[in-house]
Structure formats: C-alpha cells, structure tokens
Design a protein around this ligand. Structure first.
Ligand code: GLU
Length: 290
C-alpha cells in the first residue's frame, strides 16, 4: 500500500510561507515515496472560515505546483461522521455537556488562580476547571432541555482509565527535541472540547476521525501541533482507529523570530506572488530542493 500524506489547512486566512513549507514537504514526501497526497479543508468553524480563503487555498497550492487528489475533503460536508464518533464516546460515558461561556471559564480560573497557580495546557491556556462534570443529573438534564448552548467535553480521567499507556512514533522532533517513541500525555490538556457549541465536532475529533477515514499513514505538520498528538492518540485508542506515523517540522518564523500570521504582508503567498516572487523562489527561501 502506498503511503498517504495530507495537507489540512483551515480557510480562515490566506496561506503564508509556513503553510507553503508544510504543503510542499508533504507533497515532496508523497512523490519521493510513490505515495498519495490529499488535501483537506478544515472548515468546521463557520464563524471564521470564508469561501474566498478556500478559493485562495486552491489557487495558491496550484501556483506552487502542488497537485492533490480531487475532490479535496471539506470537513463541513461530513458533520454526520463526527456526530457518530461523538455518539460513540457518549455511549461509553466519556463525554459530558459543559455550559459555561469563555468569560465564565475565565472567571472560574481566576478564582482558583488566587489560591495557587491554576495548571495550564501545553499551549499555555488554563485547564477547564471541570465544573460541569459534576453537575447533578437533574440539573444537567434541565439545562440541556432549556436550550442553553453547550459544548461536549471529554472526561479525561475516565478516558485515560480505559486506556493503557500510549505512544506515537515521531519521525521529526518535538519542541524539546522529542523523537522516536514518544509517550502521549493527554492529561496535560484536561477535559478537552470534542464538540463545540455550534458544531458536533472540534479540531481534535475531526482531525483524528478524518486521518483514519482517509487512510493517512503519515501526518506531517508544524511543531506547534506536536503535543496535540497526545489527544489524537487517545481519541484513536478510544474509537479503535489506527495510528499514523507523525512528523512534526520546525515552524517557519518571521524576521522578528515569531510565528507567522495569516495576515502578515511580507509572508502571505499571494502578496509575494504580486511582488513577483516565483514558486522556485519560495522553495529556495524555504530551503526545499527545486
Ligand atoms: N487545520 C490545522 C491548521 O490549519 C492543521 C491540522 C493538522 O495538520 O493536523 O492549523
């Protein structure tokens, strides 16, 4: 079976040099290994994703000389698949509805922070305090029936209790140089959201389900997602899905040494194209063979 690679951008802004690096690397690896290259549009966030950004993704990738298998998978067209995965987690008693707003969670964290520093996840965000996990069943049912919006969160302790130690194979490197067999630490993320208030999925759930459904064998993506792999491994184990190999690559940084933004004029692909930069010039700048 040929290896399967994918590039999975979110259409919430224009692609920049960091995306170009990830897309070209996946594409080049697929080609070098006689593999397949898939494109997946991660458009579950209806508030931030826009059709013009999706069109721009197709244009920019074609300009870079990248060909993908048609049709690209658009996550917004597969919400039923994620709903089924969520239902399975629900049947296993591993998710619960959480009703707080962002501001409400910030308040709960601030209260706890006063006693002692409240734990942060690997991205630096405070862990969800778990308040909705222990709601009395009657109160929970009443809130659900009242029409108040809620997200679904994974009961991390219950989920981890079902699974023995998890690892993944890292062909690249993590932020601390981790590579080879890496121990997954999903607990570090607390009770993550598996379905947002407005959609039956979240990034973590959709990416895990899709990588399996699409038969992806190699997940090649930026090192900023390295520790998210812990959650993906856990969801794979809970949903009985196969684990791909992972390769996290260093991020392309701006001249100021910071992560690139989708609006940074000097690094956005269409701006560079308008300035006369060629696809070969982009490859040279990224240190990729022509
Ligand atoms: N859609 C994610 C992003 O644009 C990438 C997901 C992944 O490669 O796993 O950051």
């Amino acid at each position: 079976m040929p290896p399967v690679f994918r590039f999975a951008p979110s259409p919430n802004g224009y692609l920049h040099l960091g995306h170009a690096y990830s897309a070209l690397l996946n594409h080049d690896l697929a080609r070098a290994h006689g593999g397949r290259f898939l494109l997946r549009i991660e458009d579950i966030d209806a508030t931030r994703c826009r059709p013009e950004f999706e069109t721009a993704i197709y244009e920019d990738l074609a300009w870079l000389g990248i060909a993908w298998e048609e049709p690209a998978r658009r996550q917004s067209e597969h919400l039923d698949v994620y709903r089924d995965a969520l239902a399975r987690l629900g049947r296993d008693g591993l998710v619960y509805p959480a009703f707080e707003s962002r501001a409400g969670i910030a308040r709960l964290v601030a209260e706890r922070d006063r006693a002692a520093p409240w734990p942060r996840d690997p991205d630096g965000a405070p862990l969800y305090p778990g308040t909705a996990r222990t709601l009395a069943p009657g109160l929970r049912a009443g809130l659900m029936a009242s029409g108040q919006p809620y997200a679904w969160r994974l009961d991390m302790a219950a989920a981890c209790a079902r699974i023995s130690a998890l690892e993944w194979t890292e062909l690249g490197a993590g932020p601390g140089g981790e590579s080879g067999a890496v121990t997954a630490r999903p607990q570090a993320w607390g009770d993550v959201i598996v379905a947002r208030k407005e959609t039956p999925t979240s990034y973590h759930l959709a990416v895990t389900v899709d990588d399996a459904l699409q038969g992806v064998t190699h997940v090649v993506r930026g090192a900023d997602l390295f520790w998210s792999t812990s959650v993906h491994r856990l969801l794979q184990a809970l949903l009985a899905l196969p684990a791909p190999l992972y390769r996290h690559h260093a991020l392309v940084l701006g001249d100021d040494g910071r992560k690139l933004a989708k609006s940074g004029r000097s690094t956005v692909l269409r701006e560079l194209r308008a300035q006369g930069v060629t696809p070969a010039g982009i490859r040279r700048r990224l240190g990729l063979a022509g």
